[in-house]
Write a protein that binds this ligand. Structure first.
Ligand code: ADP
Ligand code: MG
Length: 699
């Protein structure tokens, strides 16, 4: 088939016409035959046959099954009850679930009587379940002529109103297959198809629109999901390769004085294996001649700072300057103090520049920076100002990257004739595969090991009614010399209410702990007051810190051993994890106490349970991802970050991994896709990037 036929405007398809074409364009973004072909059903109705429970596939199809209910029970939930029935046939067991209409169901459904059930199945906890099935006793079930599995396409209100029903879309689709004879050339190599046992493209397209069976539908969906993710990964990897070739970087091939002496004589502890590995990765980047663009992920407390410092030493050893940029002033100061301490006996010249640096200091810093008297500059966004000019910036490190955008990274580049190496550090544990698809332009290093001797933080969930017990526990800890955080939620829309909660809380704590010194920090305070209060806590002049989430990022008080989170159900998982990371930084046993009321949603319960069960940031991120989807995880409103047609980045994580792996294999052998056998990849790739640059996927 001439592939160009797929670029035909949709108006030309028989049965479409200008009116419908306009609607398809506007409502569904379907402009060409190709767009229509790639417009996939989001569910299927299958009344073609009966399924056995052990034949069920994890597709979104709706199926009918014959079996009997053996048992019905009510499961109590915070948000009402759930009715759950065991449903069996001669091959296995599944569950039927109802959230409403319990009385009717209990009174009318007969146990141990054959029924035909129809509906969508979910796979959960190793078992299929069907919520709110359509049910009919077998004897009443009239056998009708049921011809085929029926695809259900996404629609809009306007389409429905204008009569472009599912049936119409179905017909148009049939017409498309008729006109093109359904002969679509394959877009993956035979090699890949064989390795993954993928069905041919034409067969996949046919079966996703007109599935002949569940098995074929599953195969069709797998094939198309794989392909979609494969080409995204191919794009990211090629982009990354090109960038490496194109963007030259300073070559840091000397490991000298600073790095060597620090490593030999001043390292205050043995590096963890993960730290050593990551430093090696960074060293190899810095020596490669290409600009480094690396994301360093490591859970809170995993020791990213020392890695940053040693990387900066490499820059210094090669005659360059380095800078470290933090998202807040408090963090910048903490980094500064920490690094100055590490460098005490080394004579490294380290300066701090923030929004509140005085004019005279600024002037001095600007000058010393330009004549090379400053080795390392630490600061906030202030580093990005035009006046800040380095003599020769070789390495820029950005802490807590989600607060800085790509544009800001680029701004740092402009400070030189050649871009400095960039290391971005984040404690947000983005699952690796997701990170790879979102930050394809960054290489990723992970510190997946905590320094030795840390006692895992003990996390418990307590109800408000147990508050007195919690207070008693806090008192004991303070008597042992420890410090305590008590954190209140802060949500923009109800800032006033949150503020009131915080102040009420503060008063009751002050009453409960009359002889204890208490700091309070919240968003409505002046920065100077905030810093003052923080500082008192850091210096252990106060024992309790009552705060909103402003303390979330980076604050380091090793003597603090208790983190109490009020209204914990109102926090997201990653935020809870970040907050918990404020404790457990010293040698003492630390505790995290999640306070909530009795009314909790299922999601809240899952979040709290996850926190109680694990300290592993990546595990938590995986749960978070499942609960919220990837958009939210990034802490911004980019839901639907990846605008995918058929794959689901959360559910199809395994396919994503496979796609990435195979894309890498291909490029390893044939980086330019020049081999004869990869011709089809090269062609498809060129089509894909012509029509869909990766930046269209990532909004
Ligand atoms: P984060 O990754 O959260 O920035 P930090 O770099 O602040 O973590 O390190 C947390 C604490 O652990 C610091 O007090 C640091 O000095 C200490 N630390 C880092 N690496 C090690 C190590 N290998 N052995 C012992 N302590 C370490
Ligand atoms: Mg840190």
């Amino acid at each position: 088939m001439n592939p160009n036929i797929l670029q035909t405007p949709i108006d030309y398809l028989k049965g479409v016409g200008p009116g419908r074409a306009g609607l398809l364009r506007k409502e569904l973004g379907i402009h060409t035959y190709q767009d229509l072909l790639n417009f996939f059903p989001n569910r299927y109705l299958d009344k073609t046959r009966f399924y056995k429970i052990n034949e069920l596939q994890r597709t979104s199809a709706e199926v009918q099954i014959v079996g009997k209910i053996t048992h019905i029970k009510t499961v109590e939930q915070k948000r009402g009850k759930r009715l759950v029935a065991d449903f069996v046939d001669d091959t296995g067991k599944m569950e039927l679930v109802w959230f409403r209409g319990h009385k009717w169901i209990r009174e009318n459904l007969k146990l141990n009587t054959p029924y035909v059930i129809f509906g969508k199945t979910n796979w959960f906890n190793g078992m299929f379940s069907m919520p709110h099935p359509e049910m009919e006793p077998v004897e009443e079930y009239k056998k009708q002529l049921r011809t085929a599995m029926q695809p259900v396409y996404p629609s809009t209100e306007l389409l429905a109103k204008k009569g472009v029903s599912n049936r119409v879309v179905n017909k148009i689709m049939q017409q498309l297959f008729l006109e093109t004879k359904g002969r679509f050339y394959d877009t993956l190599t035979e090699e890949i198809r064989e390795k993954l046992k993928l069905i041919p493209k034409a067969e996949a397209l046919f079966n996703v629109h007109f599935p002949k069976s569940q098995e074929l539908l599953a195969k069709a969906q797998f094939r198309l999901k794989f392909e979609e993710l494969f080409y995204i990964q191919l794009q990211l990897l090629i982009k990354n390769m090109l960038q490496k070739k194109r963007i030259k970087g300073y070559v840091f091939d000397q490991i000298g004085e600073n790095f060597g002496r620090f490593y030999k004589d001043h390292l205050p502890f043995e590096l963890t294996n993960a730290q050593k590995r990551v430093i090696k990765e960074i060293r190899s980047d810095l020596g490669s001649g290409a600009q480094m663009n690396r994301l360093l992920q490591g859970d809170v407390g995993s020791g990213k700072t020392i890695v940053a410092l040693m990387s900066m030493f490499i820059a210094l050893d090669n005659g360059f300057q380095a800078c470290l940029m933090a998202p807040t002033e408090i963090l910048a100061i903490q980094h500064y103090n920490g690094l100055v301490e590490f460098c005490q006996n080394l004579g490294t010249s380290i300066y701090l520049l923030t929004g509140s640096s005085k004019t005279s200091e600024r002037r001095e810093i600007h000058e010393k920076l330009e004549n090379g008297e400053i080795d390392i500059l630490i600061g906030t966004h202030a580093l990005l100002e035009d006046k800040v000019q380095f003599k020769n910036l070789g390495l820029a490190i950005i802490d807590e990257q989600h607060r800085f955008g790509v544009a800001q990274r680029a701004k740092l580049w402009k400070k030189n004739h050649m871009p400095p190496h960039i290391l971005v550090m984040t404690a947000t544990p983005i699952p690796r595969t997701l990170a790879m698809s979102l930050y394809g332009d960054l290489d990723i290093s992970v510190i997946d090991e905590l320094p030795p001797g840390r006692k895992p933080i003990k996390t418990v969930h307590r109800y408000d009614s147990n508050r007195l017990k919690v207070f008693r526990f806090i008192k004991e800890e303070i008597e042992k010399g420890r410090q305590v955080y008590i954190v209140y939620p802060l949500i923009q829309e109800s800032e006033k209410m949150d503020y009131k909660d915080l102040m009420d809380g503060y008063e009751s704590i002050a009453r409960e702990f009359p002889i204890t010194q208490i700091s309070i920090v919240h968003g409505q305070m002046k920065p100077a007051d905030k810093d003052y209060e923080m500082d008192r806590f850091v210096r252990a002049e106060t024992q309790i810190m009552v705060a909103t989430t402003v303390i979330e990022v980076g604050v380091n008080v090793p003597n603090a051993s208790v983190m109490v989170i009020e209204s914990a159900e109102r926090f997201g998982l990653s935020q809870l994890h970040q907050l918990r990371g404020r404790v457990g930084r010293g040698a003492e046993q630390s505790f995290c106490i999640l306070m909530t009321g009795h009314k909790l949603s299922n999601d809240s319960k899952t979040r709290l349970q996850t926190m109680v069960q694990t300290n592993d940031g990546f595990e938590i991120a995986e749960v978070d991802l499942k609960l919220r989807g990837p958009g939210d995880l990034m802490g911004t409103q980019q839901s639907g970050v990846l605008n995918l047609k058929i794959a689901d980045i959360v559910k199809d994580n395994e396919i994503l991994k496979a796609a990435r792996y195979h894309a890498m294999q291909v490029l390893k052998e044939d980086p330019d896709l020049a081999l004869e056998k990869n011709k089809v990849l090269k062609y498809t790739y060129s089509q894909v990037i012509k029509h869909k640059n990766i930046w269209n996927y990532i909004s």
